[in-house]
Design a protein around this ligand. Structure first.
Ligand code: ACO
Length: 431
């Protein structure tokens, strides 16, 4: 780590001696105070629930400037990756640090697309679930179950195992998501077709049936691929931090990814795309665009528990760059499907306009996040609302695994073990 020119000194009012804290600088972004020796030197902990001011690791993968609304994967702006690369190029970049050259690209695409099939026994495992189970409950189970099916790649301390597990996870998640969908619908599973693109194959497994040939629509294929790119990684968000913490105990990669899937499910995180679409449908049922003002007023009420889903972000205090790209994709998909007059899209635009002009949202720097438009895109493609977060999990798997592998490959990594401020009863005796 590079020391910054800034010096930091911590003083106490109780007569304890001052201590100097090292300050490190990254390649961009805020400096960090190194407090690792704080407890040993002073006997105090820092207190930061929700990690509002805490960097939990050093990373070279993703950078976000929340004030500017900038997102970089390995230094490349998300806008350029979305225009010039496909999802598997992005996976290669996140996992290996550089974009692939032509040979590396062909080899990587072939490698991933050859691993798309899952163990045949997986479908019998799936049968244990109720047909109406939420796909995220199913997917958490399936991701964890992979460790029971692929024993030969579960040693997290073995670099080769980590690489095989990464390939398997990226290749098989679309198959598992599509299987969860087909199981819920009571339709036969569709085996992957490895001549198709990653996104095209996913659409085929989701919407194809054995009864007739399925033709991949290139506009929807591109939209799906873009969705995957935009969701591929997002530095130390809740699910990624969960994967890192889980993996820090030395557990196997499949178990750590299952923990990430479980965390992503929550409506404050990946579940927000499902919640945003449900919210739009509720407003539509109330009367549509005419009721937007009433809904916004409800959100703004003091002590209101109603939030404008798909708005706000812990890091972005400006327009989420992914939301802009998703809005463009939304226009393309709706035009392709002849749904330009889609009432939910019109509603989303009206809601966005009011919120962007309203003092409540402006003062709190609440802007649309990626989930605001992604639900409309997925719904137009024909994806059921309950599956939205599962598709997010599919796309984020590469980020989770890249972050996990980065942590494990660091010789200095330690098991994650936060401390606490205990405010419960002091020692007492049972009467
Ligand atoms: N609607 C209305 N008010 C909001 C919203 C919202 N979506 N988000 C934040 N606020 C308000 C809060 O009420 C609070 O107001 P106050 O200061 O008057 O109490 C203020 O803005 C700050 O909110 P916090 O909850 O403290 O901000 P935090 O950084 O903890 O939350 C979060 C970020 C969870 C994303 C929040 O904005 C939210 O709940 N958004 C809706 C859910 C959502 O879209 N999540 C997706 C995130 S992106 C992703 O995971 C891919």
């Amino acid at each position: 780590m590079n020391l910054s020119d800034t010096k930091a000194k911590l003083s106490f009012s109780n007569g304890s001696p001052d201590i100097n804290l090292p300050v490190y600088k990254g390649s961009i972004g805020p400096d960090v105070l190194d407090i690792r020796k704080l407890y040993g030197q002073t006997g105090v902990f820092t207190y930061d629930p929700g990690f509002m001011s805490t960097a939990a690791c050093e990373s070279t993968i993703t950078y976000i400037d929340g004030d500017k609304g900038e997102l970089l994967y390995r230094g490349y702006p998300i806008e350029q990756l979305a225009e010039k690369c496909d999802y598997l190029d992005t996976c290669y970049l996140l996992l290996r640090g550089e974009l692939p050259n032509a040979t590396q690209r062909a080899d990587f695409h072939k490698l991933v697309l050859q691993h798309t099939m899952v163990h045949e026994q997986m479908q019998f495992f799936l049968r244990g679930f109720r047909r109406d189970a939420h796909p995220m409950a199913v997917l958490t189970g399936l991701a964890g179950a992979m460790s029971a099916f692929y024993h030969d790649s579960i040693d997290i301390h073995n670099a080769q195992h980590r690489e095989i597990a990464a390939t398997r996870l990226i290749a098989k998640m679309p198959t598992l998501v599509a299987m969860a969908h087909k199981y819920g619908k009571g339709e036969p599973y569709m085996y992957p077709q490895n001549h198709l693109s990653y996104a095209g194959n996913f659409l085929h497994m989701m919407f194809g049936t054995p009864c007739e040939p399925y033709k991949v629509n290139p506009v929807l294929e591109k939209a799906m691929d873009r969705f995957f790119i935009l969701h591929a990684d997002h530095e130390q968000n809740a699910s990624t931090s969960t994967v890192r913490l889980c993996g820090s105990s030395g557990t196997n990669p499949f178990a750590a990814i299952a923990a990430g899937v479980a965390c992503l499910w929550g409506p404050a995180h990946g579940g927000a795309n499902e919640a945003a679409l449900n919210m739009l449908e509720d407003i539509q049922a109330m009367g549509g665009v005419a009721k937007v003002g009433e809904f916004v007023a409800k959100v703004k009420e003091k002590n209101s528990t109603v939030r404008l889903m798909g708005f706000g972000h812990r890091v972005y205090k400006n327009y989420d760059p992914r939301a802009k790209l998703m809005q463009k994709t939304c226009n393309e998909v709706l035009a392709e499907l002849g749904l330009e007059k889609d009432p939910l899209f019109a509603l989303a635009k009206a809601l966005e306009k009011i919120a962007l002009e309203d003092d409540y949202f402006v003062q709190r720097k609440l802007y649309p996040n990626v989930d605001f438009y992604s639900g409309i895109v997925q719904r137009a493609i024909g994806i059921p609302v309950k599956l939205f977060t599962g598709i997010f999990a599919l796309a984020r798997t590469v980020g989770w695994i890249a972050q996990l592998n980065e942590m494990i490959a660091d010789p200095d990594y330690k098991i994650g073990r936060p401390r606490q401020l205990y405010v419960g009863p002091v020692r007492r005796n049972v009467p």
